[in-house]
Design a protein around this ligand. Sequence first.
Ligand code: SF4
Length: 329
Amino acid sequence: MKLEVGCCRPPENCGPDLVRYRLASRVVKGQKLGGVPDEWVVIEPAYRAAQLLERLHEDPEPGAPLLGRFAFDVRLTWLRNWVNGSAGQRLGLAPIPDSPVSLRALRRTLAIELAYRPGGMLAAKWHLKHIAVATTEGYVSKPGGAQAELLAEVNKHEADRNVELVWTEFRNYQQGIMPAGPGARELTEFFAHVDGQITDPTAPKIQASDREILNLLTKRARILHLGTANYCWFSDPSRALCLKLAGTPHADRPLAGMCDSARCPQATHHQHHRPVWAEHAEQTKTFLGAIGTTRRTDRTRLQADYDRARRVIDAIDAAAISDTTTDDA
Ligand code: SF4
């Protein structure tokens, strides 16, 4: 109803055979009276339909309502009377209850009726002209839609895996294999605290203590993110080096692509990260050997890269041979 003459924005060419069509109109839902201007990217048939309406318009002045005012109330009443009457009964249609009926409710009911039949999700997607099936899933409130289900499953696996990883590192700690990296001290202190709970003779019951330990480790696992060559313990966004470098200090997730684990206070390196660093050091060394002496800047950068990789490897090796006694000392 809000579409006006002139609402068809010029199509944009976004690449070979890729055209974006937009219609300008107003958002009214949730806005103050009259709504606010906005634009929608639409499929080509919707755009062509608006163009056709403009061509058929009696007085196509820019800004004139494209369709004019219309009301469906009376049509919906006729529909209900027909469905609930003898014609609808003869066709075996379910009577429409005596509650308010609107266009939106009708569309939603139709979508649900379609989607909840075998193979109906795709039929509903096709009929409603949604571009992605995820939109249809949201529209018909299909519980456990494919996307939501997959996401929930992935999150569950991720959480289980993280708890398992923290347990492994905790056992390593107990055997004297320490983490390395800028965040190592913090993680070691945390493990020492957990270990203290186990060995605390004042703990009332071992079972209670076990539960407490699992809680502590699970809590820690929630902030664990896996980097290619490090663990990221994302406990405090303001300390995340990647977020500082990206200029987004309040983000709620680390930016793995900008991770500099050798310098970030939330990063740790562990034994199984060693091969990644070793391979990196080896490759950098090969590049250094191949690079000409005239390329000083590249040489300096590669040398710094190599030195950093060596430092990380040495720290991982040193942490592996340290034992709790040395650490306590
Ligand atoms: S720099 Fe790396 S370790 Fe630090 S917060 Fe970002 S991703 Fe995590």
